[in-house]
Design a protein around this ligand. Structure first.
Ligand SMILES: Nc1ncnc2c1ncn2[C@@H]1O[C@H](COP(=O)(O)OP(=O)(O)O)[C@@H](O)[C@H]1O
Ligand code: SF4
Ligand SMILES: [Mg+2]
Length: 307
């Protein structure tokens, strides 16, 4: 049976006193072994909420709709409606590994990194040694003998990356895994991701770092205000973007024009009825008062007047 993760119109909403936050809206995409999909977009567009939804890590005020079907390598299940027990025993760390954003806060403060990696090895009945897993994430045996408070931000990031690799999950969801890493470590992490993809794993790389996405991703999905507004082969999305927002993101890169997109993303509590990007868009036209749907193409875009 084919192994895949298929998201179909996934929504996540948070209820706050007097307001609803539409953090993820109608996201449809799929992932297969042997590919890396980068999910890019400015801070606050819903990337982490989407990752957490897939692993069942949403808070009590969240409500989901749509489906996220995990097939192959175990029983088929919808990650959005699976019980916490199903996710804990059959998904987390085994079929899907998560490198969480802000990894330092996910490490147990009173135990060394080695103890935490060894525990994960026991839980997942992994054939690897702690030193071998650590080495894959760029850590020496001495590094992992430290306690979390003795780790730099970059080292804590690498420990989180190592922990996610222990169970050899077919899918790795890595949420901003390059944060705090110097260039050399970013390079080795990207190499590790490419190795995993070549070995038949899938990587969902969540990042606001377009340069990292460019180096590792086969496909790129661009998210804006909770929606995927462009998705397709990495080269096409990054080099010949169709959506004015994707184009603006590229132009903001230091090695390009370095021109930030004017304005701010909309409040997710108060999204415009039409295209969410309209207030910042230099191509806006009357038709943009209607919300554009994502096309069905290999290189798909949600825009009435693509570039
Ligand atoms: N528990 C929550 N309650 C209400 N809003 C939340 C909650 N968690 C996240 N959000 C909101 O959801 C939006 C998306 O956040 P997030 O996924 O963290 O963005 P990103 O990872 O793309 O930077 C933000 O506006 C954030 O404030
Ligand atoms: S739909 Fe209209 S406002 Fe939205 S990005 Fe396209 S051109 Fe701009
Ligand atoms: Mg985030």
């Amino acid at each position: 049976m084919v192994t895949e993760l298929v998201l179909d119109r996934v929504r996540v909403r948070f209820t706050l006193p007097g307001a609803t936050v539409a953090a993820v809206d109608d996201v449809s995409l799929s992932l297969r072994p042997g590919e890396c999909l980068a999910l890019v977009g400015e801070s606050g567009c819903g990337k982490t909420v989407l990752a957490n939804a897939l692993l069942g890590f949403l808070p009590g005020n969240a409500e989901t709709a749509g489906t996220a079907t995990l097939r192959g390598d175990g029983p088929e299940l919808d990650l959005l409606t699976a019980t916490d027990r199903e996710l804990a025993t059959t998904v987390r760390g085994r079929r899907i590994g998560l490198v969480p954003q802000s990894p330092a806060s996910h490490l147990t403060p009173v135990r060394t990194a080695r103890a935490q990696i060894e525990e994960a090895i026991r839980v997942h009945r992994s054939p690897h040694t702690a030193d071998a897993v650590a080495a894959r994430a760029g850590l020496s045996p001495e590094d992992i003998d430290r306690y979390p408070h003795q780790l730099s931000g970059g080292m804590a990031q690498r420990v989180a990356n190592a922990l996610a690799l222990v169970g050899d999950p077919w899918l790795l969801v890595a949420d901003e895994p390059t944060t705090g890493l110097d260039r050399h470590l970013v390079d080795s992490l990207i190499e590790e991701f490419r190795r995993m993809v070549t070995a038949g794993h899938a990587v969902l790389l969540i990042t606001h770092d377009l340069a990292a996405a460019q180096r590792v991703a086969d496909r790129v999905a661009v998210m804006y205000a909770g929606r995927v507004i462009e998705i397709g082969p990495a080269r096409k999305v990054l080099e010949t973007p169709l959506h004015p927002y994707s184009k603006g993101l590229g132009n903001a890169l230091p090695d390009r024009a370095f021109t930030p997109i004017p304005g701010q993303p909309p409040l997710l509590t108060d999204l415009p009825a039409g295209c969410s990007f309209a207030p910042r868009c230099d191509r806006v036209a009357p038709i943009c008062a209607e919300r554009p749907a994502l096309t069905d193409d290999e290189h798909a875009v949600a825009c009435h007047r693509p570039c």
